[in-house]
Design a protein around this ligand. Structure first.
Ligand SMILES: NC(=O)c1ccc[n+]([C@@H]2O[C@H](COP(=O)([O-])OP(=O)(O)OC[C@H]3O[C@@H](n4cnc5c(N)ncnc54)[C@H](OP(=O)(O)O)[C@@H]3O)[C@@H](O)[C@H]2O)c1
Length: 269
């Protein structure tokens, strides 16, 4: 199902351009529907040459939008929203993906009752493997469907109440960083046991990717899949014992707790 009408993307940086490329590749939108407001001239030119989309240098030059996607830095969101508000009708949907910026902050820069969805994507969206949470407490289902379509173009989408957005940010928003540390540590372990760095990194990264893909593809519980690799008296159970002794589960839970608290602090809660 394609998204109808004119689409404005404010901010054609990392996340904005990844989203746009994903939407075009998935056939969710056509290039001739899209106008990108991007103040960096070189970025705007590259997007227009690569994707064939129209660009403007100022969000105030957008007009007649059925969908506005705010993909500028969090600090720029209020001013850019205000600048783009003239391009909206009461039926236009606004999607904000700025980390830590509440819907109420964006809503304050918009006409009253403008449909508004907040989204939290993560960096694997840059390679269409993202995990995005969307929230729009009180927003009509047809608008939530459009938001879902936007982010399904760059990965998987879940819907949560806005009060859980700090938890989402701490789990999947920051999560790629935790996994990168785990992969690096596994590669270090391989090097310690005599593997060369590149071989160890290849094995570590593909083991994490393969295990995650297997979990998703089979739909089985991770504990069950873990049991399948742990033969009695074998090597894996020895390693699992060390992971439990080191408190890996507790460490990960504490890490997500800490990130959630910091998110609340930054959001002024
Ligand atoms: N990257 C991620 O993994 C990720 C994950 C979740 C959420 N997000 C959110 O996505 C948003 C964008 O992040 P990003 O990583 O894509 O940042 P980015 O690469 O810096 O992209 C933002 C772009 O918007 C441009 N811009 C700023 N003000 C503008 C204006 N008034 N009119 C038009 N364009 C304007 C910026 O230009 P200048 O550089 O000149 O300011 C920049 O090119 C952020 O709010 C972030 O919190 C990102």
């Amino acid at each position: 199902m394609a998204i109808e009408g004119k689409i404005g993307l404010a901010g054609g940086g990392n996340m904005g351009s990844a989203l746009l490329k994903g939407m075009l590749a998935a056939g969710a939108v056509r290039a001739d529907q899209v106008v990108v407001a991007e103040k960096l001239a070189a970025t705007a030119q590259a997007l227009s040459e690569e994707l064939g989309v129209e660009t403007v240098s100022d969000a105030a030059d957008l007009s007649g939008l059925s969908l506005l996607i705010l993909a500028v830095k969090p600090a720029d969101v209020p001013a850019v929203t205000q600048a783009a508000a003239g391009a909206l009708s009461p039926e236009s949907l606004v999607i904000t993906l700025a980390a830590g910026v509440k819907r109420s902050t964006v809503a304050a820069a918009l006409p009253q009752d403008q449909p508004l969805v907040r989204a939290m994507p993560n960096t694997p969206a840059l390679i269409q493997k993202g995990a995005t949470a969307i929230s729009g407490d009180g927003v009509a289902a047809n608008y939530m469907d459009i938001a879902r379509q936007v982010f399904e173009a760059v990965g998987v989408v879940v819907q949560v109440p806005e009060k859980l957005m700090d938890a989402v940010t701490a789990l999947s928003g920051s999560g790629p960083a935790y996994v990168f540390v785990i992969i690096e540590a596994l590669a270090d372990a391989g090097v310690r046991q005599g593997l060369d760095r590149q071989t160890a990194m290849t094995l570590a990264a593909h083991t994490v990717a393969g295990a995650a893909e297997m979990l998703i593809a089979t739909g089985r519980h991770p504990g069950e899949l873990k049991d399948l690799v742990s033969s009695p008296g074998g090597t894996t159970i020895c390693a699992l014992h060390e992971l439990e002794r080191g408190g890996l589960r507790g460490v990960l839970i504490n890490a997500v707790d800490a990130a959630t608290c910091r998110g609340k602090e930054l959001g002024g809660d």
